[in-house]
Design a protein around this ligand. Structure first.
Ligand code: PEP
Length: 252
């Protein structure tokens, strides 16, 4: 039985005072019994990671980054390493988000390098895959996400795979208000589980596959009820404590 996981991706939003308010509301709103059945994480912008991690120190809520470098250290101006994230109190890192891929030209090879670097630093990589609307309309959704996943996880053994979280985020559903139907999402999650199964049957059964793309308090229940959907990666709705808490409850 996989424990559900809900992660908030704040993207480039929030300033110190607002973050502190949001974090306090989420921490007090997610009741203890919810924590027993769902793991919760929040991913603020780099500059606020340490402050948020300190504020959440005595709670079960994990802090994660939205990206990181695949390099350990050195002349990489503007970059942040896995070890630095751990040092700042992070336990998770989102990798290969579609905005990183489309706006910052991240390739599957970059994502694979980052997955390896995260695992080496004991950070949980949350590997994002997703097809564009054009790819879906061409009937290629399953093959696109399967290939992204295989490339991101290339060379990992069963033990390493078990540390990885996968997030299926159809590009056409991110920030658009359009959500994959529970059936559409389940179809892709099942296909991704099959890909994982081909890598390691033991790991595939334990690995969590999150759905992301305009999840909100109203649609979370039906999505999370699908057998291969193990929680969510939440963008816009994670910025409103009330909505994020309702989504965490729906996953519990
Ligand atoms: C995301 O960016 O990871 C995301 C799922 O965003 P939203 O929930 O706003 O669609």
């Amino acid at each position: 039985m996989r424990k559900a996981l809900v992660i908030g991706n704040w993207k480039m939003n929030g300033l110190q005072a607002r973050n502190a308010e949001l974090v306090a509301a989420v921490a007090s709103g997610v009741a203890d019994e919810t924590f027993a059945r769902v793991d919760v994480g929040v991913c603020p912008p780099f500059i606020y990671l340490q402050a948020v991690a300190q504020q959440l120190d005595d709670t079960a809520i994990a802090v994660g980054a939205q990206n990181m470098s695949q390099h350990a250290s050195g002349a990489y101006t503007g970059e942040v390493s896995a070890e630095m994230l751990v040092d700042a109190g992070c336990r998770l890192v989102i990798l290969g988000h579609s905005e990183r891929r489309s706006l910052f030209a991240e390739t599957d090879a970059d994502v694979a390098g980052k997955v390896n670097a995260a695992l080496a630093a004991q950070l949980t990589p949350v590997v994002c895959v997703g097809e564009t609307l054009q790819q879906r309309e061409a009937g290629d959704a399953e093959s696109v996400v399967s290939e992204q996943l295989l490339q991101a996880l290339a060379g990992l053994g069963a033990e390493a795979l078990e540390q990885v979280v996968v997030a299926y985020e159809p590009v056409w559903a991110i920030g658009t208000g359009l959500t994959a139907s529970p059936e559409q999402a389940q179809e892709i999650h099942r296909a991704l589980r099959k890909v994982l199964n081909g890598l390691s049957a033991e790991a595939a059964d334990k690995m969590r596959i999150l759905y992301g793309g305009s999840v909100n308090a109203a649609n979370a229940d039906a999505l999370f009820a699908q057998p291969d959907i193990d929680g969510g990666l939440i963008g816009g709705a994670s910025l409103k404590a009330e909505d994020f808490i309702a989504i965490c409850r729906a996953a519990a």
